[in-house]
Every structure is written in C-alpha cells, then in structure tokens.
Write a protein that binds this ligand. Structure first.
Ligand code: PRE
Length: 279
C-alpha cells in the first residue's frame, strides 16, 4: 500500500544531495537545464551504496536483539524502543525542516511538528505529486521481517539502544535510496517523454515497468554492492597476509538485499511517480 503524505507542504519539494543540482532555479525545461541527467542520478545511487553498506556493517556487529522491538513496559512510552527512537528522531528532524527536502521521507509522518527553521529554497526538480509518495511502511516491513533476520546473528547481547540507533541509520539510508527513484523516473521521463507519455495516460504500470527497467544495470549494481561489502567489511589482521577472508556482513546478502528488495522498491517508486507525472 502506498502512503500518501505531506499534503500540507505545497511549495518546496525539491531536494537532492545539495550540490548535484543547481540551487535557486525554480523551473526546469530539460534534464540538462536542471543539471539532472541519468548519469548524475546514477552517480548519486552509487554513492548512496557506500552509506547503505557501512550502515549494514554497523548493524551486523550486534545480534538480532529482539527486546529492542518488544513493546516497552513504561506507561509513559508506547511502542518499542526502536519505534520510540525513530519517532523522537523524526520529530527533531521535522523541526529543522528535513522533511521539506524531497529526498527525505519520515517513517511516522502523522503529527510531525512544522519546521522552526527558515525554509530552504530547493530547486523544483520533481512534479509536485512526488510529495505524496512515501513507501516507508513497505521498507519498514521488508527490513524487519525479511532482511534483518537474514543478516544478523541470533541472540541478545543487551545493547538495545545501540542496536536501535543502527537500525535507524539503515532505515534512513534505504529509504533515501529507494525514494530517489523519483529523480530517476523524472530524468527518464524528460529524456523520453514520447515513450512514457502514452503509458502514463493509459495508467499502464506494466509498460512503465518495462520501459524503466535495465537488467544489465541491475546486474552491475548487484555485483558492485557485493564487492563493496567485501572491501568495506573485510576483517583486517596484522598477521602476514593482512586479509583474513572474513567479512563483517555477508557480501552475497548485500547483493540479495539489492536484487530482491532495494531495486524492486526503487522501481515501484518510479512507477508510482510516473503514474502521476502528467497530473
Ligand atoms: O539506473 C536506472 O536506470 C534505474 O532505474 C535504477 C535501478 C536501481 O534501482 O538501481 C532501477 C531500475 C533499473 O532496472 C536499473 C537500476
């Protein structure tokens, strides 16, 4: 189910890793004018891989630690420790305007406070309908139900706060990457409006999915993230060989995370965005 959110934010939906896109430009006629190109959005996806791999490595130092996800017994707090940390973090982030950035999507969008900081003039790169697409409920479920049990060891070492902080970092990195599909879709639409237009008007999800899929690129992404997990997560020893051949997180699982969840969800965001692109 796609959550539609942020109906109250109207103007500045526009984000992007600061320097990649021109600031203070309010309209864009072509991908080139806005500094947006398939190459530049793919570069951003590649650099976000580093953040995701490092956050997984950090999380993998702790076992599953299920008490971090159990309801808290304190009457003053509802939900789990993890939920409490995510909600409170999002309240602070909302106060400093993080969710006015089109790159940022809260996991608990209801009842967030308005920003206290002056508005940032993000360039208007995306169609305004982008602000209503938030699939964090799907990302949350995927991460806790499917992925986390695969890549953490069973057990409980008592480090629940640290575990929850690491989960928060993983969730934020995955959410940013997956919702970046909005930018990928925008650039693809601008580059080939004549191909996407009829499928959008027909609201034909299957054709849109076929148009935006590049299997050879997906294979490269899977190989690259596996390689990154090997390089960033290798156990280093000062003995004769240095490289022990052990990894902090199983590289094949990182590849699987991308193949089974990250890329399919990025494509889901692309389809959802394109369906609204001509509204
Ligand atoms: O690079 C693209 O063209 C994308 O749409 C991004 C992405 C991905 O999520 O990495 C998604 C779909 C494509 O099939 C290939 C890669």
């Amino acid at each position: 189910m796609i959550l539609l959110i942020r109906s109250s934010f109207q103007a500045s939906y526009f984000l992007v890793q600061g320097s990649r896109f021109m600031e203070n430009k309010t309209t864009t006629d072509s991908a080139t004018d806005s500094g947006l190109s398939l190459e530049s959005v793919r570069e951003s996806l590649i650099s976000q891989e580093d953040t995701i791999v490092f956050s997984l490595i950090e999380r993998a130092q702790f076992p599953f630690n299920s008490p971090a996800y159990d309801p808290l017994s304190s009457p003053a707090l509802c939900g789990s420790l993890l939920e409490y940390i995510v909600k409170e973090t999002e309240i602070i982030r909302a106060k400093v305007g993080r969710y006015t950035s089109p790159e940022e999507h809260p996991f608990f969008p209801n009842d967030l406070p308005l920003p206290l900081t002056p508005p940032h003039n993000y360039p208007q790169v995306l169609h305004p309908a982008a602000a209503f697409i938030n699939i964090n409920d799907i990302i949350w479920k995927m991460y806790f139900d499917q992925f986390l049990p695969l890549f953490t060891a069973e057990g409980d070492d008592g480090n629940y706060g640290s575990t929850a902080e690491c989960d928060l970092k993983c969730l934020q990195a995955l959410s940013r990457r997956i919702h970046y599909g909005k930018f990928v879709a925008e650039v693809k639409f601008r580059d080939a409006a004549q191909d996407y237009g009829p499928a959008i008007r027909a609201q034909d999800k299957d054709t849109l999915m076929k148009l935006l899929t590049f299997e050879s690129v997906e294979e490269m992404v899977k190989k690259r993230v596996e390689q990154k997990a090997m390089v960033f997560g290798q156990e280093v020893s000062l003995d004769d060989k240095g490289d022990t051949g052990k990894y902090k997180v199983d590289p094949s699982l990182v590849s699987r995370l991308y193949g089974e969840w990250v890329m399919p969800l990025t494509k889901l965001v692309q389809v959802e965005y394109l369906l609204r692109r001509l509204d």
